[in-house]
Design a binder for this molecule. Structure first.
Ligand SMILES: Cc1ncc(COP(=O)(O)O)c(C=O)c1O
Length: 405
């Protein structure tokens, strides 16, 4: 197991070390939950102050023509650099859930002979719930949710869409994007990737994989703040053929022509529905600009090393790691299965180590290389070891479930 001295030496030599101080990480906290809600970048504070005080406060409605109206496309273009897409294939809009709905319905309406959405049982709940709602909105459509091992055989001549979450929210298992996209295409289906746990966490190449559609969160590895707007990717070859079912005025070809009839905009603009959340976009852009300063290969290499450090600690403590050991097959978090995972997570939080719990028995620790150090991981491991050794997680107060776990 790594010693504190070894950890400090690795931190001192870390090419990403300079990013840590760009975040307002609270004293006394080891934050292992950036895969759920990224911390506050220091630059976000003046960016938001400018947005609120100057842009909103002074410029008022003039702000729309001073950068606000372009924000969805501009910020989408920045996200494109992280996911291997062209700038005009990504737009920032709505939530991941809403974007899933738009993309699923659009895929179902593309070809009336293909009416099935195939997805994985145990996918993130909103993916399953939204898919259920989306098939309910298209006559004849149905949802086929199967275990991972049955996905390939579930694809067939009636499949409109294969909906997969690239990095699994619980286990961190990562699909081979190019291989699964090719399987969907061989069946004549489109593929929709949920990149919520992938964007800014692992290298992505949507173009290289020939992916059709993708969505993802702004508040995890992009550090865009709680409830940050999400993004949607539509490969250029599908942009004219697919229609946004939420045909709001912001996706109209000429929103301020105030026409009665809907005419979709060309390109990604048609995927907008209503007025963009400008305040949230400002925070997202600040987080994103910071992340874009970092080298994705360096992030991936450090994520692997942080994982190995935590995996060795888990092994030494006799914990069952449910995340793949092969870095090519996982994201940037590590998950341990433990019968008292909830209480363990609460006991860790009480000791300043913030991770999270996923029902029923998963302790999930985010290993975000942009701002975490090896010393953080080793210290968190020491605290985890002490909690387990002393049985502190058995304190009844740690068994009380809060609304957000
Ligand atoms: C894979 C995945 N999809 C979607 C979401 C959330 O979607 P929304 O931002 O609409 O709440 C999450 C949140 O953790 C997620 O892990």
């Amino acid at each position: 197991m790594m010693t504190l001295d070894e950890a400090r030496a690795l931190d001192a030599a870390d090419p990403l070390r300079r990013f840590r101080h760009r975040f307002a990480l609270p004293e006394g906290v080891i934050y292992l939950d950036g895969n759920s809600l990224g911390p506050l970048p220091r630059e976000t504070v003046p960016a938001m102050t400018d947005m609120v005080e100057r842009q909103w406060g002074e410029r008022l409605i003039r702000g729309w023509n001073e950068g606000w109206i372009e924000a969805p496309a501009r910020i989408g273009g920045k996200i494109a650099r992280l996911i291997g897409a062209a700038a005009d294939e990504v737009i920032v809009a709505d939530s991941t859930s809403a974007n899933l709905f738009k993309a699923i319905v659009a895929a179902l309406r593309r070809d009336p002979t293909r009416q099935t959405v195939v997805t994985e049982l145990g996918n993130f709940p909103t993916d399953l719930h939204i898919a259920e709602g989306a098939v309910g909105c298209v006559a004849g459509a149905r949802l086929k949710a199967v275990a991972r091992g049955e996905l390939e055989t579930a694809l067939g001549g009636d499949t409109a869409l294969l909906l997969l979450t690239h990095v699994h929210y619980k286990t961190a298992e990562r699909f081979d994007m190019a291989a699964w996209t090719a399987r969907a295409h061989r069946a004549g289906a489109l593929v929709l990737w949920d990149l919520s746990h992938s964007t800014g966490a692992v290298p992505l190449d949507l173009a290289g994989a020939a992916a059709d559609l993708a969505v993802g969160c702004g508040y995890k590895y992009l550090n865009g703040g709680p409830g940050a707007p999400a993004f949607l990717y539509v490969a250029r070859r599908w942009q004219a053929a697919l229609a946004n079912p939420l045909s709001g005025w912001m996706g109209h070809a000429a929103p301020f022509a105030m026409e009665d009839r809907y005419r979709p905009a060309t390109g990604m603009a048609r995927w907008l529905a209503g007025t963009p959340p400008v305040l949230g976009m400002a925070a997202l852009e600040a987080g994103l600009d910071l992340l874009l300063e970092a080298d994705m290969a360096a992030l991936a290499a450090k994520s692997t090393a942080l994982f190995d450090t935590m995996a060795a600690i888990g092994d030494a403590l006799g914990l069952e790691c449910v995340s793949p050991r092969d870095p090519a097959q996982r994201g940037s978090h590590i998950s341990f299965r433990h019968p008292d995972a909830y209480a363990l997570c609460q006991a860790l939080i009480a000791d300043g180590v913030i991770g999270d719990f996923r029902d029923p028995d998963i302790l999930r620790l985010g290993l975000t290389p942009l701002y975490l150090g090896f010393e953080d991981v080793v210290r968190a491991g020491d605290i985890l070891g002490a909690v387990l050794a002393e049985g502190r997680h058995r304190d009844p107060r740690f068994a009380v479930r809060q609304a957000v776990t």
